[in-house]
Design a protein around this ligand. Structure first.
Ligand code: NAP
Length: 286
């Protein structure tokens, strides 16, 4: 599969988002493992996870442990697979999401994630979401310490605006590897951050690239141009959506979620889908 870069790592141009495998509506363990294996079989070498991808209280790290198990049981060489995790977002177990961006919390969380993933150093660690009660610079300072201590190999951020991207990159001494923001046909207001990342040469990982778990199936009808182009090519509207995102800049690496093997198999094929300049312009306009 075509590769793109995140910092000093080469990864497949389409990654796997792990969230649907661990939150509400998640599949049973066998189907979850089969979904990750299908991604690896398809040549996916980026898996996005987070310590907060779990459903109930008391199961922090559910998704990280699942991904680690899937990598162990796959049977192939996983040395080129980048597992990107996150910290700083929490799920108390009542369906809500909370934040904790205190440096001491983030450092302990990263060490716990490394243990669950079974690695000495995390390939990419992302600060999940700014915590309004903690100065951003302090949270990013924890990433600097984690890099310097060798707990993480690369640092990224998520849910950040242009000013925060610049601030993080400066504090990290130019070592910001990635930005993960919401971006899809339904949510384009982070195009400015995407373009800023392209200028900086920092990877941009669109989250909920198909519109989110509840809306992904309808992307071709809620955004008719995507459905039309899909029909012309005889492929799924989801593939067209991911191919369009890939076309926006060489730093873009979408991470579609999946809870069944066929979803990620289909998404991975977006890499080979060639859309014309006219089609891409039409998709960007609608
Ligand atoms: N940083 C953040 O704050 C943040 C927030 C949200 C998500 N994320 C990350 O971004 C990832 C992706 O976002 P998401 O999972 O919320 O939403 P999404 O990728 O927009 O949609 C996921 C859903 O799309 C369906 N799907 C995927 N490929 C498909 C295909 N080719 N054809 C038809 N359906 C397809 C899957 O269905 P099935 O379940 O039926 O397979 C899956 O449930 C997450 O998994 C997570 O890693 C990050």
């Amino acid at each position: 599969m075509e590769s793109r870069t995140i910092g000093h790592r080469s990864v497949s141009a389409i990654g796997l988002g792990g969230m649907p495998l661990s939150i509400e509506g998640r599949p049973d363990r066998d189907r979850a493992i089969a979904t990750v294996h299908a991604a690896l079989d398809a040549g996916v070498t980026l898996v996005d996870t987070a310590d907060a991808y779990h459903r109930d209280a008391g199961e922090v790290g559910h998704n990280e442990e699942l991904i680690a198990e899937a990598l162990r049981t796959w049977g192939g060489d996983t040395s080129d697979v980048l597992v990107a995790t996150k910290g700083g977002h929490l799920r108390p177990g009542d369906g809500t999401w909370t934040q904790d961006g205190r440096p001491e919390y983030l450092k302990a969380a990263a060490k716990a994630s490394a243990q669950r993933l079974g690695v000495e150093a995390i390939g990419l660690y992302q600060f999940h979401r700014p915590d309004p009660s903690v100065p951003y610079a302090e949270s990013i300072g924890a990433l600097v310490d984690l890099l310097d201590e060798g707990v993480i190999q690369q640092a990224g951020i998520s849910n950040a605006n242009v000013a925060q991207i610049d601030e993080a990159n400066e504090i990290l001494g130019g070592r910001l590897a990635s930005v993960q923001n919401q971006f899809s046909p339904a949510f384009r207001s982070s195009l400015g951050e995407l373009e800023h990342c392209a200028e900086l040469g920092v990877a941009f990982l669109p989250w909920s690239p198909l519109g989110g778990i509840a809306r992904a199936a309808e992307v071709g009808s809620t955004h008719a141009a995507f459905g039309r182009v899909a029909e012309q090519h005889g492929v799924s509207p989801q593939q067209v959506t991911l191919a369009w995102e890939l076309s926006l800049a060489p730093v873009v690496v979408p991470i579609p979620g999946a809870s069944r093997p066929t979803s990620i198999q289909d998404s991975a094929e977006a890499v080979g889908l060639e859309l014309t300049t006219d089609e891409l312009a039409e998709l960007s306009d609608h």
